[in-house]
Design a binder for this molecule. Structure first.
Ligand SMILES: *Cc1c(COP(=O)(O)O)cnc(C)c1O
Length: 651
């Protein structure tokens, strides 16, 4: 009976509805599923071959097949994981931001101009900063430094005449002196007072040097940001001066005869502001502080609205934390309109507008590509038919299994759960053999697979079945360290769009989570972008023997690289700078990832010492006849080769 029954069961219980009437999977289905238009436009899309393509110049034409590109790089022995940086995207982002402000300025008849800066902390890589400065030249785009080392970068890199160099962060005498002296090199450094203690320091240093600096103040607004970085503003914010402190600063500068130095008002209400209403509130408050400072006699010329311009990681255009409910143009319009209104009301000249957008400029330009090493499934094989002398619990679970229908699947789920629990306690008391327990477990997972297949077809999934998707998820093992390459996914649950970069003309029939190479149970990705909220699993293709499977993680160009750490000693990944050419692409720079020798060096191991150590141990084993000469040579060669090679697996 059992055998007959099992023949009647669908061969693919996860897809019981497969019938010839169902249309074949298309790349449009993949577009919808991975929401690539939502987060990827105008840079990423899918071509007819089912590969992700990159159009680094946005709407201005030219595109590359990402899968072919990665294969081409592999042939140049630039292995995975691999960070691709598209300098054309960076240029396009700068162009866009400036175009949005130019449009807003024209639309509102704004009498001032826009002079943006890039906050270096967002991505300090030399090639990227140099590109930024170059692409920013036509717009006099500047840099923002948030620390002494970043100031050193900015001072050397920023050569654009009249571009601003905004000096934020904690400052000591050396920082202030360097910034003030740099004005003698023709740079426009603006020292932004962030702490009350910095005021006398600035006064003293500028007296000593006999140079009048341009000074700004960072205000602690009472309008709060929202979400993760909400505490960047408000009275308890780490940086900035409260209103009484700003008044004290004005008085101190006035008595030092330096009030004319105070020319900029700065605020920053946090990163990834997802609601435009929050931006507006902050702008309204800051605009009033600005006009009041003018009234107090400061020589105000700049309003610096900080960062916070969001990135739509999930493409939902909502105020969800991984999204934003406004466009770059909306943002520019609001900045321009709010300050214009405040200034017009008081009949004072409008300021030059400065923004410090980091995330919105740097995120899109890099793509992380990694390969899947293998996968494991909780469920794969169909249950064996019942045998003659089967344990009662196995029999009951089997009956549950064959009886699962659309009208009883929820009840069947509860039954299956209960039988499984019973089976485990029977086992614990010695009443069930290991073989019987194995049969129970396999039956249980088969029940779950059928129930899940039915649940997925329903409009509404009962709460107690929601975890089933997670329980049944495959694990895809990825050649990557989340801690090194996507730290914000681990540290603050940030979402990034992730999808296969090929096979997109095939239906991804598996649902999985991603597990990384580290021995850490946190080294995984189990939250994925979705239109509503987040998905606990990602749709993936079944792995094919001997065929690579490449995934791309997108929009990760801001903050991830520098915040990455060496957990388990997985080092920096290879990075390649790609530029579009009329005939294809050109590799501008290859930045090789860390070798094992390098990461071991970070924790004070010397490669020569290590080799010598192994050599001595080999000699001893040789003398003791525990190893042959050929074996010991092979061991040493492997050891030395490993030291020179990449920390990731070579596949
Ligand atoms: C981090 C930071 C920025 C950049 O913010 P984004 O949200 O990445 O644009 C700008 N200004 C200051 C002061 C910052 O601390």
């Amino acid at each position: 009976m059992g055998a007959k029954l099992s023949q009647q069961l669908p061969k693919q219980p996860t897809k019981p509805n497969v019938s010839p009437a169902v249309a074949a999977w298309t790349i449009e289905d993949s577009e919808r599923l991975y929401r690539i238009q939502g987060w990827g436009e105008p840079y990423f899309s899918i071509n007819a071959a089912g590969h992700v393509t990159v159009s680094p110049k946005g709407d201005r034409g030219g595109s590359l097949d990402l899968f072919d590109l990665v294969n081409g790089l592999q042939q140049r022995s630039i292995g995975l994981p691999l960070l691709l940086r598209f300098s054309d995207i960076l240029e396009d982002r700068i162009e866009r931001l400036n175009a949005c402000f130019a449009k807003a300025i024209a639309r509102y008849n704004y009498a001032g101009s826009y002079r943006g800066v890039f906050p270096v902390k967002c991505n300090q890589q030399r090639h990227l900063v140099e590109d930024l400065v170059r692409f920013g030249q036509p717009h006099q785009f500047g840099l923002e430094a948030g620390s002494k080392p970043e100031l050193l970068i900015a001072l050397a890199a920023l050569t654009t005449p009249d571009a601003l160099l905004i000096c934020n962060g904690y400052k000591d005498q050396e920082y202030i002196e360097t910034a003030i002296l740099a004005s003698k090199l023709g740079k426009t450094c603006i020292i932004v007072l962030e702490q009350i203690e910095e005021i006398p320091l600035v006064i003293e240093v500028s007296r000593k040097l006999g140079v009048q600096p341009i000074v700004g103040v960072r205000v602690k607004l009472s309008s709060k940001g929202i979400g993760r970085w909400g505490t960047s503003a408000g009275d308890r914010a780490k940086f900035g001066l409260t209103i009484p402190e700003i008044l004290a600063a004005v008085e101190q500068l006035r008595s030092a005869d330096m009030l004319n130095c105070l020319q900029l008002l700065h605020f920053h209400i946090g990163s990834q502001i997802s609601a435009i209403s929050v931006v507006k509130d902050a702008l309204r408050e800051a605009s009033q502080v600005y006009v009041e400072l003018v009234r107090l006699g400061a020589n105000m010329r700049f309003l610096d609205v900080g960062g916070g311009l969001g990135v739509d990681y999930d493409g939902s255009k909502t105020n969800f934390h991984a999204s934003k409910n406004y466009s770059m143009q909306n943002y520019a319009n609001d900045v321009v309109a709010e300050i214009k209104e405040a200034c017009t009301e008081r009949q004072i000249p409008v300021p030059t507008l400065v923004s410090e957008s980091g995330r919105a400029i740097a995120s899109h330009q890099s793509v992380l590509i990694f390969d899947v090493l293998g996968s494991s499934e909780v469920w794969s094989e169909l249950p064996e038919p019942l045998q003659d002398e089967e344990h009662a619990i196995v029999r009951e679970l089997y009956e549950t299994y064959v009886g699962i229908e659309a009208d009883n699947y929820q009840e069947a789920y509860n039954d299956a759960l209960q039988f499984k629990e019973e089976a485990i306690s029977l086992f614990n008391f010695g009443h069930l053999s290991l073989t019987e327990r194995a049969r129970v477990e396999r039956l249980f997972w088969n029940c779950c697979a059928r129930i899940l297949a039915i649940a997925r077809q329903q409009d509404y999934v009962p709460d107690d079945l929601e975890d089933l998707e997670k329980m049944m998820a495959s694990i895809y093992y990825i050649n990557l360290s989340v801690f090194q390459s996507v730290p914000d996914s681990w540290a603050i649950d940030q979402l990034f769009p992730i999808m296969p970069i090929h096979r997109l003309d095939q239906e991804p029939t598996q649902r999985g989570i991603l597990a990384d190479l580290t021995c850490d149970s946190d080294g995984k990705i189990d939250q994925f972008i979705d239109l509503r909220d987040v998905k606990p699993v990602l749709e993936l293709h079944p792995l094919q023997p001997e065929q690579p499977y490449y995934l791309g993680l997108f929009l990760n160009g801001a903050y991830q690289e520098i915040m990455g750490n060496l957990h388990n000693l997985f080092g920096d990944t290879n990075a390649v700078h790609i530029q579009l050419t009329p005939k294809g692409y050109q590799i501008e720079h290859v930045v090789r990832g860390d070798t094992m020798k390098e990461v071991l060096g970070y924790v004070q191991y010397d490669a020569e010492d290590l080799i010598e150590n192994i050599r001595r141990q080999s000699e001893k084993a040789l003398a003791d006849h525990k190893i042959t000469l050929a074996e010991s040579q092979r061991l040493l060669e492997n050891y030395e080769r490993s030291l020179r090679s990449y920390t990731y697996l070579s596949t």
